[in-house]
Design a protein around this ligand. Sequence first.
Ligand code: ZN
Length: 163
Amino acid sequence: MYTMLLTEDVVFRSRFGAVSFSAECLAVFTSYQQAKATSREAGGQLFGDIVDLRTMRIRVATGPTRGAVRTRYSYQPDRRQENREIAAYHKKGLHYLGDWHSHPEPHPTPSASDTEKLAAILGQSRHDLNCLLMVIVGTSELPGGLWVSTVTIDGNEEAVREQ
Ligand SMILES: [Zn+2]
């Protein structure tokens, strides 16, 4: 059962262990890829559970909430709405594990402000972990067009996809 789940998932290796994304998450990411020249950035939150001490499984990726400000090169979430989401998923037993957003480039890398924003969230301790996940969805076919990293107080460290 456990192995079957993982073969369907897309798995990345981080310093904190495996980071596994469900097919449902990938479908959400794909639906917000900035395929057209007019597509605006999108983003949302990542919810899941700690399968064992060395595996985080991301089960749900939410989309932009009401109140989010979206342009071609920026995504500004409504943090109040996002905090409501965190409370709602927590009741269902799913932990807030990080954020995702899109970039209009094939193989995305985080901007300095991307890292700063997540580091600030980490500092506000609305989470149960000592790292947060950062996912950036590029325009290349997924999962090749994904950036995944772990953000800690020490910085932002890229995770590598298992082939
Ligand atoms: Zn960005």
